[in-house]
Design a protein around this ligand. Structure first.
Ligand SMILES: C[S@@+](CC[C@H](N)C(=O)[O-])C[C@H]1O[C@@H](n2cnc3c(N)ncnc32)[C@H](O)[C@@H]1O
Ligand code: SF4
Length: 434
């Protein structure tokens, strides 16, 4: 069902990547072509008018789970109650330290995990009161909470609604109970349906379901059933993730030992194609590699990432991108609490992002979106036409039929979606490796 054979297509791509890897980057290459002066001129003209804007998006990491799923490498802990209590207090202290960096008002807030819905209603009340104390939220701000099926109740719904939470994201993964158990989920399919139905009854209209495909033992029929169930539940948004076997997870260990029976690249590509086909047939727009929404139901918060706009990240292990700097918070709960008790921001590392790096990111992240990258907006933001920087990569990808130009935008073609990650790699290091 993958129209061009995903594995065949992927085989064509190493050319694109190889060609890129052989080069020392457009700036360096044009050095040979046009001489040092031209390179310097191009480099000096590179800018970024967006990266210094005040971040209007806030990510908040809640790093607790009832148990660990076998595939997951997110920063999350199965922790006792007193650790959760201490964490909520530390998080509020971090907000106090970063609040003056945020745009007033914020446009989006995203509580991600871990399992944010594991916090009880009382802690949510404290947390949301502090959110409104330290930050100003736009009247129509999008405020999302990630929730695990089976961890929501009427009291939490009421607290969330009254404090402006207007979007919920449930991790369903699959609706096959045997598979759910095999991947280490702590709920069954029925719990997903019940949780979504209760959320709808509590007044939530903006609901996302996470699905996964490429799971061990998963069949096309399983994927078809999952997509149909999501459609029947009437959710406005579906994220469908292709399983990635992450180092440090039980899946990785089993994979190394030859004990993880994955469906295989071609069947997995067929699964992706099936997800795309069914969701689009039911009125969902495939607006990003892994994301589908009814028109107007796109995740505004995640669009900030894909449009390479700044955001604040708070909480243990959280990443942020603000004032031209990418940073990552400490991953240890103890270190996070300790730093904040001392009144110090818990940043573990930070890296200034140059205009060249940012230009690469604008192209790579923007191509994740169906809308692609506007050539005019790129030049306004970065001061140099995209074709001067990436002309060769774009032309090569166009020859392979993976990228097209349409109404002043560069975007992926339909056949490129299953190999999208390999396409993005063509841009890595083009401007930044010398
Ligand atoms: C940060 S998790 C939090 C969601 C929530 N805790 C839950 O599991 O219901 C967000 C989503 O990432 C996806 N995910 C996590 N690990 C993954 C992996 N290794 N490969 C693909 N998707 C993954 C899952 O669909 C999950 O629901
Ligand atoms: S997938 Fe969700 S519930 Fe499972 S370990 Fe990761 S964050 Fe926790």
């Amino acid at each position: 069902m993958a129209p061009n054979g995903a594995s065949e297509l992927a085989q064509e791509l190493p050319d694109a990547r190889g060609a890129q890897a052989d080069r020392k980057g457009v700036l360096a290459q044009s050095c040979a072509r046009a001489g040092e002066n031209e390179v310097r001129k191009l480099g000096a003209r590179l800018a970024d008018t967006v990266r210094m804007e005040r971040p209007a998006a806030l990510y908040v990491h809640i790093p607790f789970c009832a148990s660990r799923c076998h595939y997951c490498d997110f920063t999350t802990y199965v922790a006792p109650d007193d650790a959760v209590e201490a964490y909520v207090a530390a998080l509020v202290r971090e907000w106090e330290l970063v609040a003056d960096q945020a745009a007033r008002p914020l446009q989006t807030v995203f509580f991600g995990g871990g399992t944010p819905s594991l916090l009880d209603a009382r802690r949510w009340q404290r947390l949301l009161a502090a959110l409104h104390r330290w930050f100003e939220l736009a009247p129509d701000a999008e405020v999302t909470v990630e929730a695990n099926p089976g961890t929501v109740d009427a009291e939490k719904f009421a607290v969330w609604r009254s404090a402006g939470v207007n979007r919920l994201s449930f991790g369903a993964q699959t609706f096959n109970d045997r598979l759910l158990a095999a991947i280490g989920r702590s709920h069954d399919a029925r719990a997903v349906c019940t949780s979504v139905e209760r959320a709808v009854r509590a007044g939530f209209t903006r609901i996302n379901l996470d699905l996964m495909f490429g799971l061990p033992g998963q069949t096309l029929a399983d994927v078809e059933m999952a997509v149909q169930t999501a459609v029947d539940l009437g959710v406005e948004h579906v994220s469908a993730y292709w399983l990635k076997v992450e180092p440090g997870t039980p899946f990785h260990e089993w994979h190394q030992q030859g004990r993880l029976q994955l469906p295989g690249e071609d069947l997995e590509a067929d699964m992706y194609e099936l997800v795309r086909e069914r969701l689009q047939a039911n009125g969902y727009v495939h607006y990003e590699v892994s994301n589908f929404a009814r028109p107007g139901g796109e995740s505004r918060h995640n669009l900030v990432y894909w449009r390479n706009e700044p955001y604040l990240g708070t909480g243990v292990g959280a990443h942020g991108y603000a004032y031209g700097v990418r940073y990552e918070n400490v991953r240890s709960l103890a270190a996070y609490g300790r730093r904040l008790a001392e009144g110090v921001r818990p940043v573990a590392s930070f890296q200034p992002v140059t205009p060249a790096e940012s230009a690469e990111n604008t192209m790579m992240l923007g191509l994740r979106l169906r809308e692609g990258v506007s050539v005019a907006a790129f030049e306004r933001r970065h001061g140099v036409p995209a074709d001067r920087l990436f002309g060769e990569e774009l032309a090569h990808l166009q020859r392979l039929g993976l990228v097209e130009r349409c109404q002043g935008r560069v975007r992926l073609t339909e056949r490129a979606w299953p190999v999208a990650n390999a396409v993005f790699e063509a841009f890595v290091g083009v401007l930044t490796v010398h």
